[in-house]
Design a protein around this ligand. Structure first.
Ligand SMILES: [Zn+2]
Length: 109
């Protein structure tokens, strides 16, 4: 890939999606550059596949939001506010279970 290929990329993409020719400043380059032609072919294929899917109705999995939010890190992390209460609840439940088990232990005398 040359700098010309990178500059031509948006024009190649538009041509691939629209089905027209690559705009004039990069038309001659694309006509002779195998890498730009390969990029054009790949984008054309993707555009056709997306166009063929236009009437498909897909439903997201019920737990998609949970999976996405729980995988976020950094500033977008939303679950951080839940971590401390969850850890605290787990600790309290463990202590309560230990006390109950201690109180219900069999006594020999
Ligand atoms: Zn090129």
């Amino acid at each position: 890939m040359t700098i010309v290929c990178e500059m031509a990329a948006p024009f190649v993409a538009n041509s691939a999606v629209d089905g027209g020719e690559v705009s004039r400043p990069f038309r001659s380059h694309t006509a002779t550059c195998l890498k730009c032609q390969a990029r054009h072919a790949a984008m054309s294929r993707t555009a056709r596949e997306l166009a063929a899917m236009h009437d498909q109705r897909l439903t997201a999995p019920a737990d998609l939001e949970w999976r996405v939010l729980s995988s976020l890190e950094g500033d977008l992390e939303l679950m951080r506010t839940w971590r401390k209460p969850l850890a605290l609840s787990a600790a309290v439940l463990s202590m309560a279970a230990a006390i109950i088990i201690w109180r219900l232990r069999p006594r020999t005398s």
